[in-house]
Design a protein around this ligand. Structure first.
Ligand code: AMP
Ligand code: ZN
Length: 486
């Protein structure tokens, strides 16, 4: 398989750059993962879905990946909550870690190669601090160890933060930071009360600072830097700046990260969705409103990762309608082309001979290769929907040009490797005795009746379907979609 060249907007340079991994068949990618102290909100989930889009796009482009996402299972909040509940940190974080993985599974997020946990990487953190110490970048105060940013000339390079107002010798101990406040940050915190979780190590009895965790876990998994590092835009400063300071400070002759990618925020009424503002929905909240997880996935990935996305239920409805349009077309292809039992073998024989479809295929992959432009890739999906429906609505289909339908189906199938929301199986309806096949046949019959200006038959068919709880909708383009009545 040939490898498609990708271009990424690298936060390091602020420019679009051709992606040149060290080895395209072993691309290393590290993503900052969840802090497991509660359910993730769908803003957090947007950033995890972005990692899935990156993964699936590169896989479609022919790359092979070695990907990690960390689990932050120790920080101030986690310690405070577990003390409050009188349980261990492990007992406290376990159900939240499980809930995180369950959410990813519900949203068809592909499993990565590694999920390192902070609490299982303490030795690597200690080693990193010792290396920084020997490079003269660490000082101690009240038993805590700090990174001295004044001694690191490249501080600010990644986030382009103005370091002129840097507060020399003023320290940050907390795991939550004020934005734009440039201070020395804590690498290792000494234990303050007996009930606080701690580790007895060569650098003291205590626990790691948040930034240290990611630098150490990258080293632990890869033994080096990575080709790509991702996170939400709020992590650019100070988290990623501090990660870079630690990793480059410890290993100044190595490249830490080739490409930094940052995903924009999910907003509510123009404001960042966040736990602290209380303006958030968890995945469960949305599912309880009756939405299909596929609709949530589709909605959250359909905007470009570098665009802010304002979340609302009405926008979610629009995504639902758009998705149904694609799904109904896929069902039509399967039905009219009599292709239901060919789906299992679809990957074995990928044909690519019809110029119109080749063009759409190329546009689709090129959109993804251009800094993961999912909105543009979606335009290709809808172009495919358009030409397939045009074909199905014309008399051409009667000449049983099954190659066109087969290749269209294959293209939808390929596109779904990114979206992972469309079904290629016969829908099992909960309505007794009604099959998808039958509904599509009724839709075809109604269309023919309309073409013959036999409107009473067409109306009769619509009514009959309605009585069985199936609602039809005619689109502007003259296609008909169906859905179950609520
Ligand atoms: P946390 O669990 O708080 O460590 O955050 C996990 C990820 O979610 C990080 O990459 C954050 O940058 C990201 N994140 C937090 N809030 C939002 C939001 N409203 N929209 C998109 N990403 C977010
Ligand atoms: Zn991180």
């Amino acid at each position: 398989m040939t490898i498609v060249p990708f271009v990424f907007q690298n936060s390091k340079s602020g420019k679009k750059e051709t992606f040149v991994p060290k080895d395209p068949l072993n691309v290393s990618i590290y993503s900052c993962g969840p802090t497991v102290y509660n359910f993730a909100h769908i803003g957090n989930i947007r950033s995890f879905l972005f990692v899935d889009v990156l993964r699936r796009s590169l896989l479609l482009g022919g790359y092979k990946l070695n990907q990690s996402m960390n689990i932050t299972d120790i920080d101030d909040k986690i310690i405070n909550e577990s003390i409050k509940r009188k349980i261990s940190v492990e007992e406290f974080t376990k159900p939240w870690t499980e809930a995180f993985f369950k959410d990813l599974e519900t949203l068809h997020v592909q499993k990565l190669e590694h999920y390192p946990k902070a609490t299982e990487s303490i030795d690597d953190m200690v080693h990193l601090v010792e290396t920084l110490k020997s490079n003269g970048l660490v000082y101690e105060k009240d038993g805590n160890l700090y990174f001295s940013i004044q001694k690191f000339s490249r501080y600010g390079e990644l986030s382009k933060i103005d370091v002129s107002g840097m507060k020399s010798g003023v320290r940050y101990d907390a795991d939550e930071y004020e934005k734009d406040d440039v201070r020395d940050f804590v690498l290792w915190k000494n234990q303050k009360t007996e009930e606080e979780k701690c580790w007895h190590t060569k650098i003291g009895t205590g626990r790691p600072g948040w930034h240290l965790e990611c630098s150490a876990m990258i080293r632990k998994v890869y033994g080096s830097g990575v080709d790509i590092h991702t996170g939400g835009i709020d992590l650019l400063f100070p988290h990623h700046e501090n990660e870079a300071a630690q990793s480059i400070g410890a290993y100044p002759n190595e490249e830490f990260v080739g490409t930094w990618l940052h995903c924009e925020h999910l907003l509510v009424d123009g404001e960042k969705m966040s736990k602290s503002k209380g303006n958030f929905f968890t995945l469960r909240d949305i599912l309880e409103k009756g939405y299909d997880p596929n609709v949530i996935r589709y909605h959250l990935i359909s905007a470009h990762y570098r665009s802010k996305l304002n979340f609302s239920l009405s926008k979610l409805e629009e995504s639902k309608t758009a998705m149904e349009r694609v799904q109904n077309t896929i069902y039509r292809v399967l039905e009219v082309g009599n292709l239901w039992d060919k789906v299992s073998k679809i990957e074995e024989s990928f044909d690519d001979s019809i110029p119109d479809l080749q063009k759409i295929n190329l546009e689709f992959i090129n959109a993804l290769a251009d800094d993961l432009n999912v909105p543009k890739a979606l335009a290709s999906v809808f172009e495919l929907v358009r030409i397939v429906n045009q074909f199905l609505d014309s008399s051409a289909k009667d000449s049983a040009d099954s190659d066109f339908l087969k290749e269209s189906l294959q293209l939808f199938y390929k596109m779904n490797k990114l979206f992972a929301v469309f079904s290629f199986e016969k829908q099992i309806l909960s309505l007794d005795g009604i099959s998808e096949e039958w509904i599509l046949a009724q839709i075809e019959a109604r269309k023919i009746a309309k073409q013959n200006k036999d409107f009473s038959t067409a109306d009769k068919i619509r009514k009959e379907l309605e009585e069985k709880g199936i609602l039809l909708a005619d689109t502007k383009e003259g296609n008909t979609t169906w859905k179950k009545a609520q």
